[in-house]
Design a protein around this ligand. Sequence first.
Ligand code: NAI
Length: 631
Amino acid sequence: MAENNKHIVIDFDSTFTQVEALDILGEISLHTHPERKARLQAIKDITDKGMEGGMTFRESLDARIDLLDAHKNHLPELISKLKTKVSVSFKRNTDFFLKNSDNIYIISNGFKDFILPIVTEFGVLESNVFANTFHFDSDGNIIGFDKENVLSSNQGKVKVLQQLGLVGDVYVIGDGYTDFEIKKAGLANKFYAFTENVLRDQIVQNADHITPSLDEFLYLNKMNTAISYPKNRIKVLLLENVHQRAVDLMKAEGYQVEVYPAGLDEDELCEKIKDVSIIGIRSKTQITRKVIDHANRLISIGAFCIGTNQIDLQACLERGIAVFNAPFSNTRSVVELAIAEIILLMRNLPDKFSMMHQGKWDKSAGSSFEVRGKKLGIIGYGNIGAQLSVVAESIGLEVHYYDIEEKLALGNAKKCSSMNELLETVDIITLHVDGRPENQNMIGENEIKHMKQGVVFLNLARGHVVDVPALKKALESGKIRGAAVDVFPEEPKSNNDEFVSELRGVNNVMLTPHIGGSTLEAQENIAQFVPGKIMEYINTGSTSNSVNFPNLQLPTFINAHRLIHIHKNVPGILAHINNLLAQHDVNIVGQYLKTNETVGYVITDIDKEYDQDLIDSLKKIEHTIKFRVLY
Ligand code: NAI
């Protein structure tokens, strides 16, 4: 008998697995049946009616078996499909099944023929599985079920519980009426409505607790081992139409996800953010200090974009909120556009396009060059610059680059020791510097003087880094023979505002509305990258790539508890933590510390069961900002 004599009765269909097995069996057995669609719908309707208590169980089972036209040979396929459909939170908590196998019972009105192969893989004992069995005819057709089995009759689960005569507490986890009946008959202490896969109003209303995943049940009963806090309690708010991929990933993780197509203003956000643990925004939503002051539960912010100016990073840091963005999810998109524009400009195509639209046929090779063998100068050799270097070289450009920081030259790229050296050497100049204030007008009249006559120029970095009137002058004089500009010192706030720039109407300049990084792939990459970082932070404490937190990349921890302590960066905290651990006789297996000017971030892996007392004292250490335990 496990601790406290707790017996846990679990339903199979839509609880242990995400689906109703007979629905899946129908999809297999009726695959080529002419009435397939109608029959599958009928089976589903009968299942729901039975679940909600609107039909006797025997009637519903008889009717479904009749409609199924199933055969023994269909069962292996059913079983392999069901194996892929085990509820996500069950998969996450395999430990729980192994640890409590003596006291876990699967009681189902489904069939042992497919239940046993699934649940025994989790360590559930065959003797603890109670379910029906099929009857087959001599050709292997499923023609009925064992009518002697109490589970084929109404109140079947109640009868099994009566026969079992369990001593101690009985908890029932299920999604259907027959599960609730056990509690109703006085045979269970508590009925937990399991809503991870289906939510039936009538069942939820009758439940003692709603458990949106197994994690919640384990948390309520202090049986959790796989995670420290039920993920369904983590509320996520995603604003500004964040890509569906992010929504799906967060939901699959078990979080409660709420989505808003637009942004929210400060007051709305102050209200909305109160019980939110994770917020996802794009560039419009302003996360101010006031918003942070209202964010009592906020653990992390995801900026589903590159920039993070819209977030008060310092306020986040002071409250122990880790911010993540997607610094290179659209790198490749920018690079591809730059390559395309370099080729178009070298072929003088913007001119050709406009002439064609005016009806002018100018078939000539004049001013049209291959890019092969030409010298490309990349200013700013960061994520984009370096990636462009590789792609440009592969189509035959000779790459020169200049960066204010020491950067590894990729491939055969040649480093220039000054910007002027680069400007004087190359045929094509492309800017990929960041937008720091010192870079304001870094390309102006003086720099243009250093360029070769008739160069091609691109700015896909930031508008203010180029002195636009000087660029216009150089384009008009032919010093720069063609340019591509994607970013501007002043950009329209929305698609409804007019684009105003001196560059409008200037010949041989390709103007694009800041779309260098705007591709569907980039959006999807961002939606994949940011949730990945946030989930890693929540699950392991790793802060790699965080915009504001000290970056700690942590080893995976096995057989250890991980204590995560965020505190104000004042001397002596680490010693304090370690003193407390020593006082509680706890052995440290690994410890990682990183600080920045504002906070200290300490991860301690310990190998011993901890007591609540230790946790309370760690939380009480002066200057603690946040504390949490993993496992
Ligand atoms: P990054 O931060 O990886 O690289 C910037 C590089 O520029 C760094 O290596 C830095 O040392 C260097 N740098 C800064 N100032 C410099 C100077 N005065 N001279 C020479 N080197 C200098 O940034 P990443 O991701 O490569 O992005 C580059 C630019 O592209 C940024 O301004 C970013 O805002 C812009 N961008 C534009 C997009 C668009 O849609 N057009 C999309 C994505 C980024």
